[in-house]
Design a protein around this ligand. Structure first.
Ligand SMILES: [Fe+2]
Ligand SMILES: [Fe+2]
Length: 320
C-alpha cells in the first residue's frame, strides 16, 4: 500500500502504534492519540450520519396523522421517535471527538452539511412509509452493520444499539408491503408505485461507485469502513431482489439479471447525475427538508433555554 509522507509510520512512532492497535482489532477511544485526519474523517461521517437520522424523520413523520389504523400509527410513531434517538447517540459520538452540537446544527441548518440523499425525495402515498422501512432502513442496516465493526469505540457501540432498532424498522416496512402486495388491486398498485419511485434512490444512497469514492482508501486503512460502497450495495441487492420478486412486485430495472457464476444480482446503470444533483441541494425536497428543520430548531428554542436554566439551577443547588 502506498503512503503519503505525512502518514508514513517511520516518521511518527505514535502513528505506528495507532495503526498496530487497529490491526489487532482494538477500539480507539476518545482520550487516545489519533491522527488529525482520522478525527476529521470521523467527525465528517458521524455528523453526516446524525443529520441523516434527524432529517430522516421528516418523510415518514408527515404520515403519522394519516396512518390507516391505530396499530400502524403506533408503529410509525415508535419508528420516527427511534430516528430522533439515533441522531442523539450519533451527535454524542461526534462530540467525543471535539465537535460541538452548535457547530453541527449550524452546519446542517445553513445547508453546509451533507446528509443522506434519500431523504430529499417526497413520500407521496401511505405505501411509501412501508417501502422506506423495507428498502431505506434495509439499506441503512447493511451500512450500519458494517460500521458496528469500525475502529472508533463510540461510533461502533452506537451502531450496535441502532442496528437492533433498525431491524424492527425493516421488519415493519416489509410486513406492510407484503400485506399490500397481496391485497386489493389498488393496494398492489400502490405498493408497486412506491417500489418504482424508491428503488433507484435506495441504490444511490449507498454512495458512489468505489472508483468515484475519494475517501474510501483512507477510511478502510484505518478500519472505519470495512466494506466498499459497491460491496454493501451488492449485499443489499442480493437480499432484497428475491424477496421483492417473491412478493409479486417487479423491479424497475430492465437490465437486472442474476449472474450464476458470482451468485450476484447485477443491476443496470445508476443515474449518478441525479444522485449528485440531489447531494448538491437540488433534489425534489432539499429546500423543504431544511426549512422544516429550521422551523423545528427555532420553534424549540424555549426547550433548550428551559433545559439550560434547569441544569444551571440543579448545579447551583448541588453546590450548596
Ligand atoms: Fe435510524
Ligand atoms: Fe430506521
Amino acid at each position: 500500500m502506498s503512503m503519503t509522507t505525512a502518514q508514513d509510520p517511520r516518521l511518527d512512532p505514535r502513528l505506528e502504534a495507532f495503526e498496530a492497535r487497529i490491526a489487532r482489532g482494538e477500539k480507539i477511544e476518545p482520550g487516545d492519540w489519533m491522527p488529525d485526519e482520522y478525527r476529521r474523517q470521523l467527525i465528517r461521517m458521524i455528523s453526516q450520519h446524525a443529520h441523516s437520522e434527524y432529517v430522516g424523520m421528516l418523510p415518514e413523520g408527515e404520515w403519522i396523522t394519516r396512518a390507516p389504523s391505530l396499530r400502524r400509527k403506533m408503529i410509525l410513531m415508535a419508528k420516527v421517535q427511534d430516528e430522533a434517538g439515533h441522531g442523539q447517540y450519533l451527535y454524542h459520538a461526534a462530540e467525543t471527538l471535539g465537535a460541538t452540537r452548535e457547530d453541527m446544527m449550524d452546519a446542517l441548518l445553513s445547508g453546509r452539511a451533507k446528509y443522506s440523499s434519500i431523504f430529499n425525495y417526497p413520500s407521496l402515498t401511505w405505501a411509501d412509509v412501508g417501502m422506506i422501512g423495507w428498502l431505506v432502513d434495509g439499506a441503512a442496516i447493511k451500512n450500519q452493520t458494517m460500521l458496528a465493526g469500525c475502529s472508533y469505540g463510540p461510533y461502533s457501540r452506537a451502531m450496535v444499539r441502532i442496528c437492533s432498532e433498525e431491524t424492527f424498522h425493516h421488519k415493519q416496512g416489509k410486513e406492510m408491503i407484503l400485506t399490500y402486495a397481496a391485497g386489493t388491486p389498488a393496494q398492489r398498485r400502490m405498493a408497486q408505485d412506491a417500489l418504482n419511485r424508491w428503488w433507484w434512490p435506495s441504490l444511490m444512497m449507498l454512495g458512489p461507485h468505489d472508483q468515484d469514492s475519494p475517501n474510501t482508501a483512507v477510511l478502510s486503512r484505518w478500519g472505519i469502513k470495512l466494506k466498499s460502497n459497491d460491496e454493501v450495495r451488492q449485499e443489499f441487492i442480493n437480499e432484497h431482489v428475491p424477496e421483492l420478486l417473491e412478493a409479486g412486485l417487479s423491479i424497475p430495472d430492465p437490465d437486472l439479471r442474476f449472474d450464476e457464476a458470482s451468485g450476484n444480482w447485477i443491476h443496470g446503470p445508476i443515474n449518478w447525475d441525479e444522485f449528485w444533483a440531489v447531494v448538491k441541494g437540488n433534489g425534489p425536497m432539499n429546500r423543504a427538508r431544511l426549512e422544516a428543520r429550521r422551523f423545528a430548531h427555532e420553534d424549540g428554542a424555549w426547550v433548550r433555554e428551559a433545559l439550560a436554566a434547569y441544569g444551571a439551577r440543579s448545579q447551583a443547588q448541588a453546590a450548596d
